[in-house]
Design a binder for this molecule. Structure first.
Ligand SMILES: [Zn+2]
Ligand SMILES: [Zn+2]
Length: 142
């Protein structure tokens, strides 16, 4: 009897190890991005001056990549410090339905959403508390 229950225990342990191994394998090899909170991206509409969020699934249909140099809206307008060959990602704004959403960032400090870069491509700090995403500190504290 005793050896039987030991065998059972051993089997259970083996099954457990296999299960853990499988889930670990799944965890490390998982390439598809699930449509959950973590895949949300923040955008800022330059027309509405408002930020909005897109889930991973939404951003695959709402976001388009455009060459930074040939944007129609830029035609005839001088844009300072335009980086050559750079692509900009623009998201369709749910508010005005225009492709005017630029990449935004959520402040780690006060949770304000603000555009990640200026028109010229410079990193922006939080307009409210001056949190700097590069140093993860407030600009005033540097
Ligand atoms: Zn808008
Ligand atoms: Zn802030």
């Amino acid at each position: 009897m005793e050896s039987r229950s030991k065998l059972k225990l051993g089997l259970a342990g083996l099954l457990m190890a296999v299960a853990v191994g499988l889930s670990l394998h799944h965890f490390f090899s998982g390439e598809s991005v699930p449509d959950i909170e973590e895949t949300k991206t923040v955008w800022y509409c330059t027309d509405c001056d408002k930020s909005f969020e897109l889930s991973g699934r939404q951003s695959s249909t709402m976001v388009s990549k455009q060459p930074a140099e040939n944007r129609e809206s830029d035609a005839g307008q001088p844009t300072p410090h335009r980086a050559g060959g750079r692509f900009v990602e623009l998201a369709r704004c749910p508010g005005c339905n225009e492709q005017s959403g630029v990449r935004a960032r959520r402040c780690h400090d006060c949770e304000t959403c603000f555009r990640a870069r200026t028109e010229a491509g410079a990193i922006t700090v939080c307009p409210k508390c001056r949190w700097n995403p590069v140093t993860d500190k407030k600009a005033d504290e540097e």
